[in-house]
Design a protein around this ligand. Sequence first.
Ligand code: 6GU
Length: 274
Amino acid sequence: MDRQAIEKTAGHLRPLMPTPPEIGLILGSGLGVLADEIEEAVRIPYEDIPGFPVSTVEGHAGRLVYGRLEGATVVAMQGRFHYYEGYSLQEVTFPVRVMKALGVRELIVTNAAGGINERFQPGDFMIISDHINLLGTNPLIGPNDPELGPRFPDMTEAYSRRLRELAKETAARLGVRVHEGVYVANTGPSYETPAEIRMIRTLGGDAVGMSTVPEVIVARHGGIEVLGISCISNMAAGMSDAPLHHDEVVETAERVKTDFLRFVKAIVAEMAKS
Ligand code: 6GU
């Protein structure tokens, strides 16, 4: 990844951000409402950011929102870039590089995911404990710039134990139903077959989606501490009689919106204290 491109984009954004953002947020399908809660907001459409790709999928506003949330200075991606849209993983993860250059030290990554664990139900949240990368590629492939991070970054604690504990305590305090589990990334855009879901369950997956893993790999490469939260929007293929449809993903996100907002805002409030 080319440091000059990152610095060019960060240099464009810095004058728009009176104080450097400490916490980054990546908001998944139907979960972008959280960015509407940001105060003293500076909203920057991706198309106005030099070096940024442009978002294409419905339900994604496609802008960066900078401002204050629960006592923290944050920058949120309202809509993300997906590999299935045709972007390279370097493009998908470019905003994480920019966040790091702007000062972000902690990243909250959210997504809508299909439930694989039999104990899950649509509308539940899952704190991501770990991931399995089934994308068949990695955003760090290519020359490594040691200024950005190590050639062979450790992934032992990709998802911060400290932030996971903080999130679990917050969920308990708020009475929000959460699980902890392993997120599996597939490329999409087709959903999995029932046989693939059985395979992923055997492999140790609890939820499956089409995002998050590339951003987390790049965040960890850059030394950013990561918290991942999945919204279980539907059960995965073969687990119910219903065929899978993106509308259900968006509908569930809509239904759990208030809890999602309460939950993530309370986590940010705790992170701002520590
Ligand atoms: Cl079932 N699979 C994948 N790959 N992504 C999803 C999903 C399922 N449900 C929501 N997102």
